[in-house]
Design a protein around this ligand. Structure first.
Ligand SMILES: Nc1ncnc2c1ncn2[C@@H]1O[C@H](COP(=O)(O)OP(=O)(O)OP(=O)(O)O)[C@@H](O)[C@H]1O
Length: 264
């Protein structure tokens, strides 16, 4: 896999995040390039979700800058910031959908609230978005509780794509899915990235997803990005967590599966 462009669409510099005396990030730097799928990994509590929230503007960092398409997000006026934020779609790990709304209502809501569409237009467009992520038309009238985990993730993805973002943020999208549904989600992600020219910031613990989808991988460790590079370079990094993660039994299995797929 190749990095698609050298244009940084996200540039995080000298980022500091702390909660009271608990320092989560300390002078953290990270760039995300146009068209790539960047996997963000790290031990539990290393600050992957806090980083995601800082980039999308849901958390004001204590220090540092977060540039999006060349604009420093925290320094912008509310109007400008919200304009830029529309270029980002987010799929959160939990609470992705409103349980009291059907799938099509869930997707339409984003279009009504954020794009000002009429209910009728938003509903029609929501059906297009559901089809885009491979959901049958009949699923539009179903409630989240009536669907499998894989279908719910797809619907949440449809909602994240509702406003046609340039950058997609995914927080552990395959967590809780069985391996077949997870692999199907990985393939969908690759297809959508290519078809929609997306840049993807993907927080994950799923080694199979890293091998199947990611152009680069960033490892969060010791409050910083320890390394951000192609998978082979990251896996060869001299670090205890990296060794345990990539060269433990699950890491070896994921690599073998990826090698087998590449040979087919
Ligand atoms: N709102 C908050 N108030 C206090 N501490 C917080 C808050 N949000 C996050 N933290 C702390 O920040 C640290 C990083 O949290 P974060 O959720 O980003 O970790 P993570 O790397 O995504 O973990 P995991 O892989 O388990 O999801 C944790 O120690 C967490 O307890």
């Amino acid at each position: 896999m190749v990095i698609h462009s050298e244009t940084a669409v996200i540039k995080v510099q000298q980022l500091v995040n702390r909660f009271g005396s608990h320092v989560v990030h300390e002078q953290l730097n990270l760039s995300v390039y146009h068209g790539e799928i960047l996997g963000v990994v790290g031990g539990s509590g290393t600050g992957k979700s806090v980083l995601l929230r800082s980039i999308v503007g849901l958390r004001q960092p204590n220090e540092g800058t977060v540039e999006l398409f060349g604009h420093n997000l925290p320094a912008l006026s509310d109007a400008k910031r919200s304009q830029l934020q529309k270029r980002m779609g987010v799929l959160f790990q939990k609470g992705a959908l409103y349980s009291s709304l059907t799938l099509k209502e869930n997707v339409a809501l984003a279009l009504i609230e954020q794009a000002g569409l009429s209910r009728q237009d938003a509903t029609a467009l929501a059906m297009v978005k559901l089809a885009l992520v491979g959901l049958p038309a009949a699923s539009g009238d179903k409630y989240p509780a009536e669907l499998s985990g894989g279908m719910i993730k797809r619907a949440a993805l449809a909602r994240a794509l509702a406003l046609e973002p340039d950058i997609l943020f995914l927080d552990e999208p395959t967590a809780g899915l069985d391996p077949i549904a997870a692999a199907a989600f990985d393939r969908l992600l690759l297809t959508l990235r290519d078809a929609l020219d997306l840049t993807v910031f993907l927080v994950t613990h799923d080694l199979d997803t890293l091998y199947a989808c990611c152009d680069r991988v960033a490892v969060l460790s010791q409050k910083r990005v320890l390394v951000a590079d192609r998978l082979a370079v990251v896996a060869a990094t001299d670090d205890e967590w990296v060794r345990d993660y990539f060269h433990g039994p699950r890491g070896r299995a994921a690599q073998q599966a990826a090698d087998t797929l590449a040979q087919e």
